[in-house]
Design a protein around this ligand. Structure first.
Ligand code: SF4
Ligand code: SF4
Length: 399
């Protein structure tokens, strides 16, 4: 566990007992951590705010739940211009509170200085505030992108400008590229780092090891898998599908000494309760417990297409876009079947799953030994059951 996580919480309570408590009690019982040079004392769980379509939060619910979280000490919220209407919702929920009750992270994907400064103005207006506690470069995962945003006229200059103008107190970066985030940590230019880490995807452990050495402040996104691998279970707020529980995932992530806190998205008010119960009863896992959780994570991982160099596509004589379909299936689980993306960003495929003749060559080529033919069958079923018409669409960049 991060040595700076304060003792406290509802340790000694069973999760089921905790779940029976009112949300307020749970939120109050969550241990805290101080985020290094920002000196902000935060609960070990903050709020990531992609309001997923399947979550179906009404505006009233997001006002009420975010308000309740703030009242009870969940005082770090991470949002981004590209998270749908998240900024407006957070801005609305923050209205009754003093601005300094919450550490607000604002993220921007804009690469240029001018673009980022313009987007910052728009974000601050939606959030109904005149400054971000941390302004972050959002999702810089390759060195090509990173070098561009850090170069002359790039977005990092906007971060410095915003800091000079009093519109950003601290600076940060989020990334899905392990080497990139490690390079950013070594640069000494950022105060906070957002990176993905969970029991199934542990690639970023080496970045967290570096964070320990550099005393870098890391916030963990996707502690429950994020990409739908460990999607919330609607019937039981403590249990994730497959083999892992909310408490195991959170316990695993926060037990890494380089992880300061987690910022999960919580899809519905019920999920909020499951996450708060797990956080309030958090205790660091023992080495054996970590191994056991990792073994479960490996089982989850084993069934997932990692979009490797796609030998499956090359093996297919009838040109079924196997890797695309498998990643589409995962995205559909993650974003929901009705996500607008399916209509907006795709064009007609030349081939699809109907071209599969069942030869099995793709499975022989797949290093993960996935049951691709079964997945294609399920895909067709899903499309039919959901009256999903965009099956023949795919991204322009695919070819
Ligand atoms: S099983 Fe289907 S998708 Fe796989 S290689 Fe054969 S034809 Fe292509
Ligand atoms: S070979 Fe397997 S893991 Fe790689 S892209 Fe194809 S289905 Fe996914």
């Amino acid at each position: 566990m991060g040595a700076t996580i304060a003792a406290g919480g509802l340790c000694g309570w069973s999760l089921k007992d905790a779940l029976a408590q009112p949300l307020e009690r749970l939120a109050q019982g969550i241990p805290t951590v101080v985020l290094g040079q920002t000196k902000w004392e935060s609960k070990i769980v903050g709020l990531g705010t992609i309001f997923r379509p399947e979550g179906q939060w009404t505006k009233k619910e997001s006002d009420a739940v975010i308000g309740m979280l703030i009242e009870n000490g969940i005082n770090l919220i991470e949002t981004a211009a590209v998270y749908g209407d998240a900024e407006e919702r957070v801005g609305s929920a923050l209205r009754p509170f003093r601005r300094d009750k919450v550490f607000l992270i604002v993220k921007s994907t804009k690469v240029t200085k001018d673009g980022l400064l313009r987007q910052l103005e728009s974000s601050l207006a939606k959030l109904r505030t005149d400054y971000a506690d941390c302004l972050m470069l959002h999702n810089y995962s390759t060195f090509i992108e990173y070098d561009r945003v850090m170069g002359p006229g790039g977005g990092f200059e906007a971060l410095l400008q915003a800091q000079k103008d009093g519109k950003a107190r601290f600076l940060g970066i989020s990334s899905h590229g392990c080497s990139v985030i490690m390079s950013a940590m070594k640069s000494g230019k950022f105060d906070l780092f957002v990176l993905p880490f969970n029991a199934a995807h542990r690639e970023f452990a080496r970045a967290l090891d570096l964070a320990v050495r550099l005393k870098a402040n890391t916030l963990i996104m996707k502690p429950f898998g994020g990409s739908g691998l460990l999607k919330y279970n609607d019937k039981d707020p403590l249990q994730l599908p497959v083999t892992l529980s909310v408490a195991e995932c959170l316990g695993y992530v926060l037990s890494h000494p380089g992880a300061r806190m987690a910022i999960p998205n919580m899809s519905t008010p019920e999920h909020v309760k499951g996450v708060l119960a797990a956080a309030a009863t958090f205790r660091p896992l023992s080495a054996d417990e970590k191994k056991a959780v990792e073994a479960k994570g490996d089982r989850v991982h084993a069934g997932v297409c990692l979009e490797c160099p796609k030998p499956c596509d090359k093996a297919c004589r009838t040109r079924v876009p196997v890797s695309y379909i498998l990643s589409h299936v995962q995205d559909m689980h993650r974003l929901g079947y009705n996500h607008r993306r399916w209509g907006d960003e795709y064009q007609v495929l030349e081939h699809d799953f109907m071209d599969c003749d069942g030869c099995g060559e793709c499975e022989k080529a797949c290093p993960r030994k996935l049951s691709i033919r079964k997945e294609l069958e399920n895909y067709e079923k899903t499309i039919r059951e959901n009256h999903f018409a965009d099956v023949l669409m795919f991204e322009k960049t695919y070819r």
